[in-house]
Design a protein around this ligand. Structure first.
Ligand code: SF4
Length: 158
């Protein structure tokens, strides 16, 4: 919630991106992106566009690769899905994405590799199956996740 309260424009993103991207770049803030291959659309906090690549940037509370991998794998999935959508929208290759802390100081790079892409395609196929067949998805195996879940008040599994 805090991350969403901070607009990307308030974060001097240009300076942060310059630490990772050597080429000249243009920043597009709150970029609308769409992926036909995933059937999803959304708004990325920012995209850095260079002559040879596009780099999606997401503002998050978790600011280290270890924390994201251990506690917030959904952030990683979201970033990779955005990366695919950025690639299709801006027609530029996406090899990496940046996760930037809401405070604006810390940032780290996520490699957008084939294993993570495949993982996202698998999840999205499952998501569309749930929608098309109108059946409940499997409940989470970790009830710790339920405390922060948006669907908590509607969920019949609790
Ligand atoms: S509240 Fe329901 S939908 Fe949300 S994580 Fe828990 S089981 Fe899943």
């Amino acid at each position: 919630m805090y991350a969403k309260a901070v607009a990307p424009s308030e974060l001097r993103l240009g300076e942060i991106v310059r630490r990772f991207v050597e080429e000249d770049f243009t920043l597009v803030l709150e970029a609308f992106v769409e992926s036909k291959s995933l059937g999803l659309c959304g708004k990325v906090d920012a995209v850095a566009l260079t002559g040879s690549e596009a780099v999606p940037i997401e503002v998050k509370l978790e600011t280290s690769p270890e924390k994201v991998k251990r506690f917030a794998i959904h952030h990683l999935v979201q970033v990779i899905a955005y990366a695919i959508a950025v690639e299709e929208t801006f027609r530029k290759p996406v090899k990496r994405a940046l996760i930037v802390s809401a405070e604006g100081g810390a940032a780290f790079e996520v490699r957008v590799g084939s294993a993570l892409r495949e993982h996202v395609y698998r999840l999205v196929r499952e998501l569309w199956r749930v929608v098309e067949e109108e059946r409940l998805p499997r409940p989470t195996t970790s009830t710790r996740k339920c405390s922060a879940c948006f669907y908590r008040k509607f969920c019949s599994r609790l």
